[in-house]
Design a protein around this ligand. Sequence first.
Ligand code: UD1
Length: 423
Amino acid sequence: MGKYRINGLRRLEGTLQVQGSKNAALPILAAALLVPESTVHNCPELSDVEAAVHILEELGCRCHREGGSVTVTAGECLNSSIPEALMREMRSSVVFLGAMIARCGRARISLPGGCELGPRPIDMHLSGLQKLGVTVLDDRGYLDCRAANGLHGARIALPFPSVGATENIMIAASVAKGMTEIHNAAREPEISNLADFLNAAGARVQIALDGTVYVEGVPKLHACEYAVIPDRIAAATYLCAAAATGSRLQLAGINPIHLTACIPLYEEAGCTLRMEKNSLELYAPASLKALRMVRTMPYPGFPTDAQAPFMAMCCLAKGTSVFVENIFENRYKHAGELSRMGAQIKLEGRVAVVEGAARLHGARVECTDLRGGAALVIAALAAEGETVIDEIRHLERGYEALERNLCALGADIKKLENGEDFC
Ligand code: UD1
């Protein structure tokens, strides 16, 4: 099992090219199942992306990675089920459901269980697909989904703007007969990125100003090339690391508009930001100020995925910061690990209250989940002494070349495997 060893209190300095977005790449790779040949550029090298490629191969596609580009050749539909081991490897494999049904007329997957963030139901994915003509059978822990008479357009109103449900419905609807409307659809940038990929392959997807997604089904999609957007959560994470360590950091190759909900919070903490079209520079103050209230919301609100990195930043901010987690039930597991490093955090249901400490100290901690792990890295970079972070496999799901990037910016971080140094 890999670990990181971090010696804190080093300033970061320099420019970082931000990776492609994991959460945009995954649904695009799922949609690639419907495209004869697609090349997806700016695909980050992550274990979750590898898992998506394994699923495509299992389903009969040929996949070839060259640098940041993955070319998927969707062959015959050899298989319409995802083995349980692959489903477990990546929770978001449920995003393959719509594409598999559209491609093969059938999909059999094991029911995704709970995950590190609490229960992850898929009722909205299923009821949306049912509206498109899919029958769903729960067969002893497996879901057997069929579209015996093909897929047809429908008017769907989501009870909550679920990102995954919106993506699954959009993908299936792109080749359904007729028009689909998705009301109260998610509005995350990853949704527009998926729409643009589908449209590059000949689909007819439009997103209205109020966020409603209109999909006019086409008989089939054609070959295309497309680039994944930059990862706004990785960007927010690196900015939190810079803020917590009193550093100056420039991020290149990002879209600052995707960070609209985060930017005022860095400013509230006392940071100065300079923005250009595709880059953003952050200058941290000598000491950070607390954030009065951080509420996670669907986009364009503050992203739940950035909650843990911001919490790590607030552990050293002067005053009391309050977090309200509105998206997931169990998303404060990192708080206990941060406390081992001297953070003062009180939890009460959806609320976390962080009393800024004068300093954090190194400790032995464990990643509880992807973004919680990122919070530990940030805290360790800003802490006195040595921190060892266990279970970094969670981080490898979402952060490309994390230790290499941080080393290049001046951090003292080493990856240890079986007791050996690898940096
Ligand atoms: C995606 C992101 C994840 C991010 C989340 C919210 C990917 C691969 N993952 O996850 O990083 O944290 O959006 O921005 O893109 N829900 C239901 N029933 C459903 C679907 C969702 O109750 O059928 C609930 C979930 O339990 C959760 C909330 O809705 O409480 C939001 O989930 P959703 O937007 O679907 O998140 P994901 O697509 O799973």
